[in-house]
Write a protein that binds this ligand. Structure first.
Ligand SMILES: NC(=O)c1ccc[n+]([C@@H]2O[C@H](COP(=O)([O-])OP(=O)(O)OC[C@H]3O[C@@H](n4cnc5c(N)ncnc54)[C@H](OP(=O)(O)O)[C@@H]3O)[C@@H](O)[C@H]2O)c1
Length: 214
C-alpha cells in the first residue's frame, strides 16, 4: 500500500524505512531538513521518496502521524483535507518536556485527534513501544513468538489497514477495541517507556501477552 509519513523522526523515520523494506510505497515528510527526508528515502531501499506533507497524505492509503503533540496542529495545516483517510497515530499527548500526558483518563490523544479530523479513520498504534526496538522486531519477524502490539480504533476498515502494517513490522497485532481504549494504551506506552529507558537492559524492549488456561 501507499503510506505517507507525517513526522520523519525516531518513530516515523524507522517505521517508514521498515514499511518500505516490507514492500510498501512510502513518502517521508515533515522534518526540519529536506536532506534528512531524502536520506531516509534512499535508505528505505524500496519505493520510498521524500515529499511534502500534502503529497504524503493525499496520495496515501494510510498516513502515519508521528510528531510531537505540540506539532499536530502545524502538520495538519499542511496536509489538506484528510477526510476518508486512515490515520495511524503513534503520537502521545505529552507536554513540552515530555514528562506528562496532557490528555488522559477522560479522553486520549487519539480521541482528541479524531475530533480535529472528523472524516478520517483514526487508529492508535505503535504508541506503546520505543523506537529503539523497531528494527530488531522487523529482523526477528520470522520467529514464531512475535511481540504483541496493541491498537485501537472505531472503523473496521482502518483497523484492518493498521493491523496489516503492524504485522509487516513483525508484531502480533492485538485489537484493544474502540478508539476510547487509547485512554489505556497511551499511559501503557509511558510504562513501557519507563521500563525501556529507566529499567535494566536497555531500550530495545517489546512486550508479549500470553493467555493461560482454557
Ligand atoms: N520515540 C519513541 O520511542 C516513541 C515511542 C512511542 C510514541 N512516541 C510518540 O511518537 C511521536 C513522535 O515521536 P519521535 O520520538 O519520533 O519524535 P521526533 O524524533 O522528534 O520526530 C518528530 C519529527 O517531527 C519533525 N519536526 C519537528 N518540528 C518540526 C517543524 N517545526 N517543522 C518540520 N518538522 C518538524 C522532526 O524533524 P527533525 O527530523 O528534523 O527533527 C521529526 O522528523 C511523539 O508524539 C511521541 O510521543 C515516540
Amino acid at each position: 500500500m501507499r503510506v505517507g509519513i507525517l513526522g520523519s523522526g525516531l518513530m516515523g523515520g524507522k517505521l517508514g524505512t521498515i514499511f518500505a523494506r516490507a514492500g510498501h510505497e512510502v513518502i517521508f515528510s515533515y522534518a526540519r531538513s529536506q536532506q534528512k527526508l531524502s536520506k531516509l528515502a534512499r535508505e528505505g531501499k524500496g519505493k520510498a521518496r521524500p515529499g511534502l506533507p500534502r503529497e504524503a497524505a493525499q496520495e496515501a492509503d494510510a498516513v502515519l502521524l508521528a510528531v510531537h503533540w505540540s506539532r499536530i496542529g502545524d502538520v495538519l495545516n499542511q496536509t489538506g483535507d484528510l477526510s476518508g483517510k486512515v490515520i495511524v497515530t503513534c503520537s502521545l499527548p505529552m507536554n513540552d518536556d515530555n514528562t506528562e500526558l496532557v490528555v488522559a483518563h477522560t479522553s486520549s490523544g487519539a480521541e482528541e485527534l479524531a475530533k480535529r479530523v472528523p472524516g478520517a479513520q483514526v487508529i492508535a498504534a505503535f504508541n506503546t513501544v520505543p523506537s529503539e526496538v523497531l528494527f530488531g522486531v522487523f529482523e526477528a519477524r520470522g520467529n514464531p513468538a512475535r511481540p504483541s502490539l496493541v491498537y485501537c480504533g472505531d472503523k473496521q476498515a482502518g483497523k484492518h489497514v493498521a493491523a496489516t502494517l503492524i504485522r509487516d513490522v513483525g508484531f502480533d497485532p492485538v485489537d484493544a477495541g474502540p478508539l476510547r481504549m487509547a485512554r489505556y494504551t497511551e499511559p501503557f506506552g509511558l510504562l513501557v517507556g519507563q521500563l525501556a529507558y529507566e529499567g535494566k537492559g536497555g531500550p530495545e524492549l517489546a512486550y508479549r501477552f500470553e493467555r493461560f488456561g482454557k
